[in-house]
Structures are given as structure tokens and as C-alpha cells.
Write a protein that binds this ligand. Structure first.
Ligand SMILES: [Zn+2]
Length: 159
């Protein structure tokens, strides 16, 4: 028999790294909605980040592995409502993104001419940036470039 508690489960689940942005955890992203007993099984409820994100299945598998590591059986359920928004990313998560050269969502300014959010460069802070591609290194980032320092960077698309 295991002596793991739901608090232990919450901790290991929150510590599971995001498969696409491995320096942020599920806790940082704010995707863990609920952890509770369902009979002898732990039911973990997650809200996926970007819908259709291929990482969702990988995340579910890693969550089950983490809980199994505590000697418990786990089931993962995903709920789509309320939909995840980038507002759920914690301060720690936003800092981890910046520290890894990725412009977090809602950082920068809203361009009046473009009618949308324009991130500032995570390296030099310049607001003179341009989108190179809607898709970056992961499903939830876009590739941008800084016109001041010339550096390309990934930007977590705000949702
Ligand atoms: Zn720059």
C-alpha cells in the first residue's frame, strides 16, 4: 500500500514538464484543474492549452507515469470549458519563458495598425519586432524576429 496523499499527487502532477516547452511545468502553465479520488484511482483533470495540441496525449501519459511513480493508479480526464487562456500561466512560468528566450504572452504591446499583440524582444527589450512565421518550435509558439538585435525568438501566442 502506498501512503501518498492527494497533496503528493498534486505536487508530482504540477511538476510534470511541458513536452514542448520543457522548462515550464504543468503547474506553471496552470493546466491542472483538479485532482481527486475516484474509488482507488486518482482522477486528474486537465485543461489542454492549445486545442488540437499534439502534446496533450503526451502530457496525459506523463501525468499517469508520475502518479504511478507514487504507487497509485491514475486516470486523466480533459475538460475544455472553461477554455485555457494564457492568463493562467503563473509568474514563475512567465519568468521561465523569458529566461529561455521566449517572449511570454501579453508581454509587449498591442499594435494599433496591426490590431493585435506585438511582443517585445526577450533579449534586448526592443518593441521593433516582426512575425516570421505563425509557427515556431512548438505548436503554441510563433516565430518572431527582432529588428534591433536581429535575433529570432519564439513567442507564446496569447489566447
Ligand atoms: Zn532584440
Amino acid at each position: 500500500m502506498t501512503t501518498a496523499t492527494l497533496d503528493d499527487v498534486r505536487r508530482v502532477v504540477a511538476d510534470v514538464p511541458d513536452p514542448e516547452l520543457p522548462f515550464v511545468t504543468l503547474g506553471d502553465l496552470g493546466v491542472v484543474r483538479d485532482v481527486q479520488w475516484h474509488g482507488d484511482t486518482v482522477l486528474v483533470t486537465l485543461t489542454p492549452t492549445y486545442s488540437g495540441c499534439p502534446a496533450t496525449e503526451v502530457i496525459a501519459r506523463h501525468v499517469v507515469e508520475a502518479v504511478t511513480g507514487l504507487g497509485l493508479a491514475a486516470e486523466v480526464r480533459t475538460v475544455l470549458a472553461p477554455a485555457w487562456t494564457t492568463d493562467w500561466i503563473t509568474e514563475r512560468g512567465l519568468k521561465a519563458l523569458r529566461d529561455n528566450g521566449i517572449a511570454p504572452p501579453h508581454q509587449g504591446s498591442v499594435s494599433v495598425t496591426l490590431g493585435r499583440h506585438v511582443p517585445s524582444c526577450p533579449r534586448c527589450g526592443s518593441s521593433g519586432t516582426e512575425e516570421v512565421s505563425r509557427f515556431g518550435a512548438s505548436a503554441c509558439t510563433a516565430l518572431w524576429r527582432c529588428r534591433s538585435c536581429g535575433e529570432p525568438f519564439d513567442h507564446v501566442r496569447p489566447l
